[in-house]
Design a protein around this ligand. Structure first.
Ligand SMILES: NC(=O)c1ccc[n+]([C@@H]2O[C@H](COP(=O)([O-])OP(=O)(O)OC[C@H]3O[C@@H](n4cnc5c(N)ncnc54)[C@H](O)[C@@H]3O)[C@@H](O)[C@H]2O)c1
Length: 294
């Protein structure tokens, strides 16, 4: 999709972090933006920010784990804007459950798979038919993660497994859309490989679990970023953050040039990828993995 101005974008997980930065950037490109998120406080703040900047926005509370909720998102989008050209399936949650993988419960797996895999599937099931019927250029961006889609981190299995599954889902989607002759591009975004480094978003911290995903006992709400920064301080390591605008730029370039794999080339992450593929081809154990500390 070469031009964005005047077109309509839907961004899930658009209330905070990468989704909100992306929405702002798409708005600045002249797109009408539908911001969809589970967290209504974040949505209200994002809406304020967009309207203060005179950007055209519609906010819709959504739970991507529920097909009916994503159906309602489509209806609200079409009612307001009449069409849709860009879908960013971006909603995400932190890794669920900690400790040995064999001790995890169904609830840990289900929440992650429902958000990261089924959430993306729901977005595609609902919006692809609309895009096909429009018969105009359109594009879908699915947010995966280096952790899972490219090289899994053993200590975060529910997150890494779901992101890897969603990456494969996106490859199948791309292939089927090509086979169907659809004018719909697909990208998989890996927000990784940036310099100086970390992205300061809500994904670091665990959220209150919806009741349907409650495990057999209450889970501590792990404040991942605080723990990380504390450890870095103890070790005398400097931590720097990458502006979220860099991720938004990457998406705009990816969509307008129709790139499937959206990750920043860096020597370190490229080497990890090579190591991974070589370990598979040469039938070696996956030595590229960091040693798990349970
Ligand atoms: N921040 C990073 O370093 C990083 C790295 C790799 C991948 N990602 C991915 O980027 C995406 C955006 O994450 P972020 O880092 O901006 O974190 P974030 O927590 O700031 O944003 C994620 C948003 O998704 C929303 N959300 C969660 N569950 C939802 C549901 N069921 N329905 C609708 N919305 C829901 C949250 O309310 C939140 O606003 C995620 O898919 C995440 O996995 C982030």
């Amino acid at each position: 999709m070469q031009t964005l101005a005047g077109k309509v974008a839907v961004v899930t997980g658009g209330g905070g972090g990468i989704g909100r930065a992306l929405a702002r950037r798409l708005g600045q490109e002249g797109m009408k933006v539908v911001l969809a998120d589970y967290d209504t406080d974040l949505l209200a703040a994002a809406e304020q920010e967009m309207t203060d900047a005179s950007l055209e926005v519609l906010v819709v509370p959504v739970d991507v784990t529920k097909r009916t909720s994503v159906d309602a998102l489509r209806d609200a989008t079409l009612e307001r804007f009449g069409e849709v050209h860009l879908l960013c399936n971006n909603a995400g949650i932190a890794n669920q459950g900690s400790g040995p993988i064999w001790d995890l419960e169904d609830a840990d797996w289900r929440w992650s798979l429902d958000v990261h895999l089924l959430g993306v599937a729901h977005g595609c099931e609902v919006f692809v038919p609309v895009m096909m019927a429009q018969d105009q250029e359109a594009h879908i961006v699915n947010t995966s993660s280096g952790n899972g889609g490219l090289y899994p981190i053993p200590t975060t299995p529910t997150y890494a497994v779901a992101k890897a599954a969603m990456t494969t889902y996106s490859e199948c989607l791309w292939g089927q859309l090509r086979a169907a002759g659809a004018k719909i591009g697909v990208s998989v975004l890996f927000p990784t490989g940036y310099s100086p480094g970390l992205l300061n978003t809500g994904i670091w911290n665990q959220r209150e679990r919806p009741a349907e995903y409650a495990g057999s006992e209450p889970r501590p709400l792990r404040r991942g970023l605080e723990i990380f920064l504390e450890k870095a301080k103890e070790e005398g390591r400097e931590v720097q953050f990458t502006p979220l605008e860099e991720v938004a730029d990457q998406v705009v370039v990816g969509v307008t040039t129709d790139q499937f794999w959206l990750h920043v080339p860096s020597e370190a992450s490229d080497q990890k990828l090579r190591d991974r593929l070589e370990s598979i081809i040469e039938r070696r154990p996956p030595l590229y993995l960091t040693t798990p500390s349970l």
